[in-house]
Design a protein around this ligand. Structure first.
Ligand code: F6R
Length: 364
């Protein structure tokens, strides 16, 4: 039931603090403040490479995980969308780990890639939301998300729950591989426990984003920019917007804009920039200046420090709480989802049942 919400998608966006907390609870051991995975007989400290495969929004969760596994656990990652992965005859070394991410656990392309990896001697780990699904049954290591049923066709709460599991997995791998001390682990667990509060802080901008949606709804094209682990969020923002509002949108790595898409910029193309403050923030500021110099209108989503550093001149800004890099993508997912949702409402499209889309894609 939708309760007092207008759409399932809206309800599911607002459920995120609860379901992310629920998901994290099964990956955190409060007694000793450590990250814990389900029991299985595979030594994660021995893996040399992980292959991640998924589709759509679940693929973007995997892209975020690539940054995390490499940065925190120094583990090399190969990642692809499932429909490409299978047919490119990927090199799979014996003893490797393959990780599949799926809300439904039934997506045909992902399931076929899983079976391909199994035939080629890979240990199969899955992050899935439906515990009775094919992928859950065929996995060696099942890492469930506890998002509850997701009704809206556009994935929202399943995505942030996938990120929560992947953050815990990244931390676990980092500890196992000797890249994270017990003290850092405890500190990280403290921060993970604060995630629901940070998600609530992000959700508190709902009215502001609803007002901003009127500025975006008339656009024909929208660009989303992000850098590093926020680049997949730019891709996710663009996907959400096109899925439910039918506005053409593209996500780009901030630094790539000057290599082509900058040609599109004029007063009619809003540019949504996702950029928490940090060492590379000044590079993002110069990317925004390039946009503004061409009459482009920037919506900056950052924390207080980032907004101060960026100064005046944005069409609009949204202030996110300042959080650990393993939590930031979960928090930044919220304004991106809300913006797509409110733009779709302004346009009057069918938010929960967008045209041409099905919740579970069981054909190749
Ligand atoms: C986007 C969306 C799709 C799914 C994709 C994979 O909002 O919902 O892109 O993410 O079809 O589905 P699952 O995660 O069920 O494998």
């Amino acid at each position: 039931e939708k309760g007092h919400f207008r759409h399932f998608m809206q309800k599911e966006i607002f459920e995120q603090p609860t379901v992310v907390a629920q998901t994290l609870r099964s990956y955190i051991r409060r007694v000793d403040q450590s990250v814990a995975l389900p029991q299985f007989d595979f030594d994660l400290s021995q893996i040399r490479r992980v292959t991640i495969v998924a589709c759509g929004t679940s693929y973007y969760a995997g892209l975020v995980a690539k940054y995390w596994f490499e940065q925190f656990a120094r583990l090399p990652v190969d990642i692809d969308v499932a429909s490409e992965f299978r047919y490119r005859d990927p090199v799979l070394e014996p003893g490797g780990l393959a990780l599949f991410i799926s809300q439904s656990g039934e997506t045909a392309d992902t399931l076929a890639a899983l079976r391909h990896c199994k035939e080629h001697g890979q240990t199969i780990a899955v992050v899935v939301n439906v515990p009775t699904s094919s992928m859950a049954r065929e996995a060696d290591l099942l890492l469930p998300t506890h998002a509850g049923p997701e009704i809206g066709v556009a994935s929202t709460k399943a995505f942030t729950c996938q990120l929560a599991v992947l953050a815990a997995l990244a931390a676990h791998l980092a500890v196992k591989r000797g890249r994270m001390s017990r003290e850092e682990e405890r500190d990280l667990v403290d921060q993970l426990v604060e995630t629901p509060a940070a998600l609530n802080a992000a959700l508190a901008h709902d009215d502001e984003i609803a007002a901003m949606a009127h500025l975006i709804a008339p656009a024909r094209d929208v660009l989303y920019l992000g850098r590093g682990q926020d680049y997949p969020l730019a891709l996710e923002g663009a996907l959400k917007l096109k899925e439910i509002s039918y506005i053409h949108a593209e996500g780009y790595a901030s630094g790539e804009m000057k290599h082509g898409p900058i040609a599109l910029i004029d007063e009619a193309v809003p540019v949504i920039v996702l950029a928490p403050s940090g060492p590379l923030f000044e590079k993002t500021v110069s990317n925004m200046q390039e946009v503004r110099a061409r009459g482009g209108k920037v919506v900056l989503i950052s924390d207080a420090e980032g907004l101060a550093e960026a100064g005046e001149g944005c069409l609009a800004t949204i202030e996110m709480p300042k959080v650990h890099p393993l939590i930031a993508p979960l928090v930044y997912a919220v304004p991106v989802q809300l913006l797509a949702y409110h733009v779709a409402c302004v346009k009057g499209t069918d938010v929960d049942q967008p045209r041409n889309l099905a919740k579970s894609v069981t054909v190749e």
